[in-house]
Design a binder for this molecule. Structure first.
Ligand SMILES: [Zn+2]
Length: 132
């Protein structure tokens, strides 16, 4: 299941998947990725079977890729390719944001799970009411 979000008004979906086996890894990457933002499908997938801190940090990392691309953060773009970003910088930003948001009680995984439950409730068909 996925939840919607936008970047500069462009709709995306975000899904927590069971493991990194469900996260397609980009071309040329040596190890399977734990998260990925797909520019063509406007989707973001992050493996959910890591620690809560790791999953939140990976979510932030992937969301930051989107922010860098769609808000044109040229300082973090590599080789003039708007899809190629400084991975160490995104890791550091994600770690810093994770620490601050964690201290403030913001848990992205919990927020996504709550939104998924809400969507399930809204789309569930009500049980038929029998005639008396
Ligand atoms: Zn990355």
């Amino acid at each position: 299941m996925s939840v919607p979000f936008t970047l500069t008004g462009i709709p995306f979906t975000l899904a927590l998947v069971a493991s990194k086996a469900e996260v397609p890894h980009g071309t040329g990457e040596k190890f399977p990725a734990v998260g990925e933002i797909n520019w063509d499908q406007h989707s973001l997938r992050v493996a959910g079977n890591l620690t809560r801190v790791e999953v939140n940090q990976n979510l932030l990392h992937e969301l930051l890729h989107g922010v860098v691309r769609f808000y044109h953060v040229r300082e973090l773009v590599r080789h003039g390719d708007p899809s190629d970003h400084s991975e160490p910088a995104l890791d550091q930003l994600a770690a810093g944001l994770q620490e601050v948001l964690g201290c403030l009680g913001v848990d992205l995984v919990a927020a996504i799970e709550a939104k998924e439950r809400c969507a399930l409730t809204v789309t569930a068909k009500p049980a038929p009411v029998p005639y008396p």
